[in-house]
Each structure stands twice: as structure tokens, then as C-alpha cells.
Design a protein around this ligand. Structure first.
Ligand SMILES: [Zn+2]
Length: 304
């Protein structure tokens, strides 16, 4: 999971400081020093007081593309819960957590860059090599959310079941493709929304992979939070596929699913993004929404 080489910490600071200018964010280890930095800038209080103790399962399993920010993302989610008291985290990659009786203990399921591999694009199949069993566990997850619980998916986590129509419908889309990394601006769709209030009216600007989506995404059956904007002089190759230029590009949204709630957050491919306190607050707010504590407008675009 960690890189086999190390980078002097001074160099990391220099690289991070120049990241936005170069639109390249080099990998670095998830060290205790880095987590201490995150701890120092993470919100001390939750946006709203939890109605009851919340238990969050973070699945950081990947069988396909291995995101270097995977341990960083899991770590910041734990810090956000621990420091604010909004929720308690269980870090586990055991698929037994998705058995029908076991999953009941979790208020929120997090898919942290859970990229799947191969033609089937099904994370559970990749591990189990048994599609019948894999589908049972996928259905358990979907039913658990529909029954009133929360799902939070970060960046490559959307690839977990990328060919599943029911997963795409629940999440609000499937991964399509991404142009190369560049400066990505996340425009606040509604700066007064409780979740995006974290940004205090200013857009999220960072270097990231511009994620484009397909399948259920084209239904726009969600409430968008951040709309992607790219610089006109950014990398032009593979930028937008022909015929897709006019499609609205959102990179974060929320939506109800049955009695439950879903939060998708494409930011970020790079751990450097989490050094922005506003993004940490935004993620905490989204976590409180899926936990069922933050009441806010989640009416899908299609129903306004
Ligand atoms: Zn990525």
C-alpha cells in the first residue's frame, strides 16, 4: 500500500507548495507527521450534533488501480470522525462485513478508492471468484442503504461495481474516463447549501483527475454540490469526448436512496487536496448527511 521509496520531508513540502502551479502532485507516504498536520486543521466540532453514536465502515480494498492516496483518504476520514465526535470508524477490508446480518451494525459504508479490475468490474467477484455470492453481497449493500443507512464513495470508489446498473442507479453514476491530471476547479452549485457552506463561497481549486461519468449519471437523479470547471488552456488531449462537450460535469453530489442517503465525492486522486481545511469540512459535512444527522436539501435535479 505504501511506496517502497521515501522522499525527504523538506522535498515533500516544496513539491506540495508547487503542486498547483505544475498540476502534478507526486505521491508521498501517509506518515504520522502528515496525519498530525491534518489533525491540526480538521474541524474540532461536527456541523451538527449526532442524534446518536454513528459507526462507519471504511472499505479500502482495491483489486484494480491502486490509488496512492488510499491510506491518506482512510486516515483523514478517521481523523474527521475522531476529532469532531461525529462518528466512529471501523477500518476493515473483510468482505464478511457485507453479510446481511453483519452489515446491520454500520450506519455508513465508505468505499475508499475501491477500484475493481478486469472485464467484470466487480470488486466482490475479484475477491470471491464467485459471481452469485458477489451479487448477494452487492445486494446486501444496496438494500442496507435503501433501508435507511448511508453510503459515501470517494474518487475511484465509484469503479467498485462499474457495470452494475443497480449500483449506478443508487450512486448516481458510473465511472466513464478521465483526461490527465490538471488544475480542477469545483464550482459551488449552491454556496448556501449546508454541505458546500464549508467553502465559504469560494470554489475548490486543486490538482486532480477530472472524472467523467456515464450510465445513471445521465439521469441527473441527484443534487449536485460541485460542478467541474477546467482551464481553457489545460491539457487538451482526451479532454472531452466528441459529442459530450455540452454535458454538465458534476464531481460531487448527494441523493436519497430509498430511506437512505448517498454522498459521492470525486476529490481527490491526490492527498495534497486534503491539506485544504475547506475540503475536510466539506467531507465531514457529507459524512454527517449520509449518517442521517444533517438535514439538508437533497432533492434530485430531476424533481425540482
Ligand atoms: Zn484517480
Amino acid at each position: 500500500m505504501y511506496l517502497k521509496y521515501s522522499i525527504p520531508s523538506v522535498l515533500i513540502v516544496l513539491i506540495a507548495a508547487t503542486c498547483h502551479a505544475s498540476a502534478k502532485c507526486p505521491p508521498f507516504k501517509a506518515t504520522s507527521e502528515w496525519f498530525a498536520k491534518i489533525e491540526s486543521i480538521a474541524p474540532a466540532q461536527p456541523l451538527v450534533v449526532p442524534k446518536e453514536p454513528r459507526k462507519v465502515l471504511i472499505l479500502s480494498l482495491m483489486t484494480g488501480y491502486k490509488h496512492w492516496c488510499n491510506p491518506h483518504t482512510a486516515g483523514i476520514l478517521k481523523i474527521l470522525g475522531d476529532k469532531s465526535g461525529a462518528y466512529e470508524v471501523v477500518l476493515s477490508n473483510e468482505l464478511a462485513n457485507f453479510e446481511a446480518d453483519t452489515i446491520q451494525q454500520y450506519d455508513v459504508i465508505v468505499l475508499n478508492n475501491t477500484c475493481s479490475q478486469g472485464a467484470k468490474r466487480h470488486l466482490f467477484y475479484d475477491i470471491l471468484q464467485d459471481m452469485d455470492k458477489a451479487l448477494v453481497l452487492e445486494n446486501n449493500l444496496i438494500n442496507h442503504i435503501a433501508n435507511g443507512n448511508g453510503l459515501a464513495v470517494f474518487h475511484g470508489g465509484i469503479v467498485a461495481f462499474n457495470k452494475s446498473k443497480q449500483f449506478s442507479k443508487m450512486l448516481g453514476g458510473s465511472f466513464h474516463y478521465h483526461p490527465q491530471q490538471q488544475i480542477v476547479t469545483g464550482r459551488l452549485v449552491d454556496e448556501t447549501h449546508p454541505i458546500t457552506s464549508a467553502f465559504d463561497g469560494k470554489p475548490l481549486v486543486h490538482c486532480d483527475e477530472p472524472y467523467y461519468f456515464k450510465n445513471a449519471y445521465l439521469d441527473y437523479n441527484f443534487r449536485p454540490l460541485l460542478e467541474m470547471q477546467l482551464a481553457p488552456d489545460g491539457p487538451a488531449d482526451k479532454r472531452i469526448k466528441p459529442g459530450e462537450e455540452s454535458i454538465k460535469r458534476y464531481i460531487s453530489w448527494i441523493k436519497p436512496h430509498g430511506k437512505g442517503r448517498v454522498f459521492y465525492c470525486s476529490p481527490s486522486h491526490n492527498a495534497q487536496s486534503f491539506e485544504q481545511p475547506e475540503l475536510l469540512q466539506f467531507i465531514l459535512n457529507g459524512m454527517q448527511y449520509v449518517a442521517g444527522d444533517l438535514n439538508c436539501n437533497d432533492t434530485p435535479l430531476t424533481e425540482k
